[in-house]
Design a protein around this ligand. Structure first.
Ligand code: PLP
Length: 408
């Protein structure tokens, strides 16, 4: 365990988390370089021996230092905005390993992607393909395109992070795929290179993957038989992690089903994992401000808010919360809440913790993915720092925002 107790003190690798808090103040995100590296290499090694590019999904955590680390380990990037394409390029990711996803790319974003020579535009509607054709034509280039298909498979995950059902806004509806390919093949500045799919996030069962990948592989074969010269298959991301009592998919099992599906196809494989790389590599550390006791319950009011970590408020997501310095008895029940003026600013209800006092530190676990990257300055609360731990070294990889910066 990278975040573990030694002598009742929580450590990040070889450093006590409370010592980092003394140095940088609270709240802050703390990441482990060792965990990030291990997570990425586990993924990469599971696909060694086949033509696979792992395109880390920047949206899960877009800190420059993290992208750079993954770039050095061989990662490409899955991006969803001009900002993310820029972040990938800034971190030194080669343009041909950048995939540009997303349902709503603007003209300007397309132009930027084309000028930067990125390797793959994942397109999701005929309107988008037509606009990309127009923009590419003006620049005198051909846009490398993979068409995102919606296989109508329920990923059996949270409704708000499911993307591969008929009713979701993502991808080309299964029944429209041939029509869209037929239209796209007549567009002069579009080079259709492959198909892509992504069925959702925090997926903890192999079944939906199996169903979707077999369906997509069949489609791939059929399209090739129809004469489309497809060379790329992008199977998205979505592998879940253990927040509470989930039993996450083993990467080796996931790799096995993909290898079986793609073996007869002879394709370049692309994958877009985010959460599985960054999720358990980060914690959010916060200080208890007040203990507010009411007849109903005891609230531990902490100095991190839903603007810093939005997942519990947005998705009702569960994050384990532990004391940074362990107490002997774990018998008190608290609702752990933030200071933001919203009733949804709750990190955990009825959590068993040691007897808390103002000034105690809490760690919210598995906050590395969709934590800092989804944070905001709501309530005019400055963005909090991000810290990378490497053995016994601590590096501030994003400084706390100052009020001057916040207020412009
Ligand atoms: C197209 C696409 N690819 C990859 C991802 C990354 O998903 P995850 O972090 O669950 O691996 C997402 C997440 O929303 C996505 O929309």
């Amino acid at each position: 365990m990278i975040f573990a107790y030694k002598n009742s003190r929580l450590y990040a690798e070889n450093i006590a988390v409370s010592d980092i808090a003394k140095q940088v103040g609270t709240p802050f995100y703390c990441y482990s370089k060792q965990q990030l590296t291990g997570n990425f290499l586990e993924f990469k090694n599971a696909f060694s021996g086949i033509d696979a590019t792992i395109c880390y999904a920047l949206k899960s955590n877009s800190n420059h230092n993290i992208i750079s680390l993954l770039q050095k380990l061989g990662s490409g990037a899955d991006t969803v905005s001009e900002g993310e394409v820029r972040a990938a390029l800034k971190a030194g990711i080669s343009p041909d390993k950048i995939v540009f996803s997303g349902v709503g790319k603007t003209k300007r974003e397309m132009e930027f992607g084309l000028r930067s020579n990125i390797g793959q535009f994942n397109v999701e509607s005929i309107e988008e393909i037509e606009l990309l054709n127009e923009v590419a034509g003006k620049l005198g280039v051909k846009a490398p395109v993979s068409i995102r298909v919606n296989p109508d498979v329920d990923a059996k995950t949270h409704d708000k992070i499911s993307t591969g059902r008929k009713s979701d806004k993502f991808g080309i509806a299964w029944e429209d795929v041939f029509l869209v390919f037929d239209k796209a093949k007549h567009l002069k500045n579009i080079d259709i290179q492959g198909i892509t799919t992504h069925i959702g996030s925090q997926i903890t069962s192999l079944e939906p993957y199996k169903a979707a990948f077999h369906k997509v592989a069949e489609l791939f074969k059929t399209l090739r038989e129809m004469g489309y010269n497809l060379a790329r298959l992008d199977l998205g991301g979505g592998i879940g992690i253990k927040y509470k009592d989930e039993n996450p998919i083993k990467i080796s099992d996931y790799a096995d089903i993909i290898k079986e599906v793609i073996k007869p196809l002879n394709v370049k494989l692309f994958l877009e994992p985010g959460r599985r790389i960054s999720g358990n590599a980060g914690i959010l550390v916060s200080e208890v401000q007040y203990i507010k006791k009411t007849i109903e319950r005891d609230f531990a009011i902490i100095d991190a808010g839903m603007n810093d970590l939005a997942r519990p408020a947005v998705y009702g997501a569960y994050h384990e919360i532990i004391s940074v310095d362990e107490g002997l008895e774990q018998h008190n029940i608290y609702d752990v809440v933030g200071p933001v003026c919203e009733s949804s600013d709750i990190f955990g209800k009825e959590r068993r913790l040691k007897e808390l006092r103002s000034g105690d530190l809490l760690a919210i676990l598995c906050a590395g993915a969709y934590g800092a990257s989804m944070s905001s300055v709501y309530n005019l609360r400055p963005l909090i720092p991000e810290i990378m731990v490497d053995g016994d070294k601590v590096e501030i990889i994003r400084k706390r925002q100052t009020y001057e910066e916040l207020l412009g």
